[in-house]
Ligand binder design. Structure first.
Ligand SMILES: [Zn+2]
Length: 136
């Protein structure tokens, strides 16, 4: 099976995940933000981990972040991700950390701390994923 035929693994859709994935499909990713203390949170949940308020609102992120860590896989684990492919940990400007992929280049020795920006990638099967590219 090649990447064109491969299905992108579907998101794990927990109780609180649907609004985030709908915003990603609309290419305007939203995460939960606490109305009481303004803290952002990811992954989505029922209440704010900072102040325990249940008053959360879905708010669009800036799309800015920095690479915290990275790895390049040289073995294929999923049909939709032929090797080599990368995973990166991005600290969003809003605070939460996401595990995602770097577009346009493989990460390397100078990647930690690099500024990245959010891009939306349409996979061959039509699924839209949030990924990042170098911003500088
Ligand atoms: Zn809060």
């Amino acid at each position: 099976m090649n990447a064109i035929e491969a299905k992108t693994p579907k998101p794990v859709m927990g109780l609180y995940d649907r609004p985030m994935w709908e915003s990603i499909s609309a290419r305007a990713m939203r995460l939960q933000r606490c109305r009481a203390c303004s803290a952002w949170q990811y992954p989505p949940g029922p209440s704010c981990p900072q102040c325990l308020s249940c008053e959360l609102e879905w708010t669009e992120v800036s799309g800015r972040g920095k690479i915290l860590s990275w790895v390049v896989f040289h073995r294929q684990y999923l049909p939709a991700y032929p090797a080599p492919y990368n995973s990166i940990a991005v600290r969003l400007a809003e605070g939460p950390t996401m595990i995602t992929n770097l577009e346009g280049a493989m990460p390397g020795a100078d990647s930690i701390g690099r500024d990245v920006r959010l891009v939306y990638v349409t996979m061959p099967d039509g699924m839209v994923l949030p990924r990042f590219e170098l911003a500088d």
